[in-house]
Design a binder for this molecule. Sequence first.
Ligand code: ADP
Ligand code: MG
Length: 691
Amino acid sequence: MTSLDDIPVTTLKGVGAALAATLAKLGIHSLQDLLFHLPHRYEDRTRIIPMGSLRVGDVGVAEGEVVKTDLVMGRRRSLQVTLKDSSGFLVMRFFHFNAAQKSQLAEGQRVRCYGEVRPGRAGYEFYHPEYQVNPPAMPAQGEATLTPVYPLTEGIQQPRVRGLCQQALGYLKRYPIRDWLPPALLADYQLPDISAAVELVHAPPADAPVYLLMEGRHPAQQRLVMEELLAHQLSLLRVREQIQARQALPLLPSGDLPERFRESLPFRLTGAQEQVCREIRQDLSQPLPMLRLVQGDVGSGKTVVAAMAALQAIAAGAQVALMAPTEILAEQHFNNFREWLEPLDIRLAWLSGKIKGKARVAALEAVASGGARMMVGTHALFQGDVIFDRLALVIVDEQHRFGVHQRLALKDKGAVGQLAPHQLIMTATPIPRTLAMSAYADLDTSVIDELPPGRKPIETIAIPDSRRDDIIERVRDACKAGRQAYWVCTLIEESEALQCQAAEVTAAALADRLPELNVGLVHGRLKAAEKVDMMGQFKTGKLDLLVATTVIEVGVDVPNASLIIIENPERLGLAQLHQLRGRVGRGEEASFCVLMYHPPLSLNGKARLQALRESQDGFVIAEKDLEIRGPGEVLGTRQTGMMQFRLADFERDKGWIETVRGIAPTLMHDKTVVDALIRRWLGERLRYGDV
Ligand code: ADP
Ligand code: MG
């Protein structure tokens, strides 16, 4: 039987080759694709709002009589039309208009308009509203139903998409959409079947509850939301399944390397570290690729855990790759691992985009021959010419910057025949449970939920930048007392060059104000060797104050640093601030974090700084971040693509996550269902399937 999936959009009236090409940009080829191009919101034109009750930000229909039409000359010339109803006034303002419009909107005319309320110089205003002069009286005071608003792309307008969707609905009766969800499930949650749900969201009937639809909580919407979340979950399970369809080298614990390493450490592993090491040890000894995420708060000691895993692989005769998102962090890992592993006679290689010529050839040679047992580096490790002799474990210090795609790219690096490498992913910041369950459904998770003993709490204060001088004195005092400090510069500009320049200016100014201190500077523009040198000088105490851009966000470890000043913290996300703050509080001394903000703070900015002052628990902070900024921001831009939903809203719909997680594995055995749902919801956007 033909299905909507087989009927091309060109079947619809008015869709020729050009429009079909535009629709293809939205991933729409068939009538089914069109029907799953869902409205992301509705406009409420069902009722006329009395002008007296309008508030800034309200979106809706108002209707009244023109009492005045003026041409206003200001910074920009505009046409100002004042309307009046029995409750108050409203101004329509047009910056683009013609003479006909002006005369049409003459005094005494009745006008119905639709727009968003803004505060204007003449009271509340609609800028460029849609409007109708002398509107026909409407049956139910306005339009009968909510008006759907669709995502668009260049070359197609809202009414066009609306019209096409309405046309496509006409086919639903003859060709219902295939419902892939088990009927029992729908019954349990009292959800409508798929065709009914799709029809309702495109064309809500007049009696549908407006408030539910506006909030996305109508059962028809929720049915679609649940299916969408399920499709995402299935796509990740499929990634996992496909990776694990290949075998891995079982890395059986052997020899005494891990024990010798453990004994060489100046501390004992915490209970949480031991537990996570056990979980990893167990995974690595299986002939199935490990896919494990280790979460742990800043300073919880993830690196040592990674080292234990690396040693298990090396002891079993295999090689390890460790990848970090930034040069500085990769370099620090390299130094750490070298310090730990070289005494055990293990050779390491180092690779970043900046390693060129002979040094690069030598590094590649060392891993290809197997002389180097471990390679540490940046994204450069992904490059095609990096060939390992016997790679069996890949460790990614993710810090939220690598995504699913990078994880997939690793699959070909397993150079042991057809075997896939084990993967250990470490994330810098704890991820709220619900979010981890959806974004990392393809991974098993371990949590290091305990900090090493003796950590002192960090006192966090927020001070306006008008008190910059006091803060500089504070730095002077701390450094005079033998401690060290970070000064972090942030900038809104995306340009790295500008950020670096700002840091240079700040460093020079601070050096000027604090002549008795040794002031250093690190930023992304320095040569790798310069950066290492600078970090080295700070670590050994030759520098008192280190001015930095957010490059020090991750991983840098200098226990004697007990003060961190963060300029313009309101520009950063909570997770990033928590990371930065985690640079201090690593030693014996009491530590401080000064958030030097630029007033006035937005409500959102205030909430973030408040959250940071109140808690030092990464999990609590991550929950707050999710609440304030949403999942895309919490996971970082690289992950955002996979968390971009058509209909689902993470905060609103997180109640489904647990349910969906329960259902997904039960559907996995049915390839047809899984394929269909992934295709329906993820379409061409993300081909998780192409593993
Ligand atoms: P993160 O989890 O943030 O990556 P690191 O691995 O950098 O943390 O560890 C932070 C610091 O804590 C390092 O100096 C490390 O040597 C130290 N450390 C790790 N584990 C322990 C432990 N069990 N006891 C004491 N110090 C530890
Ligand atoms: Mg780390």
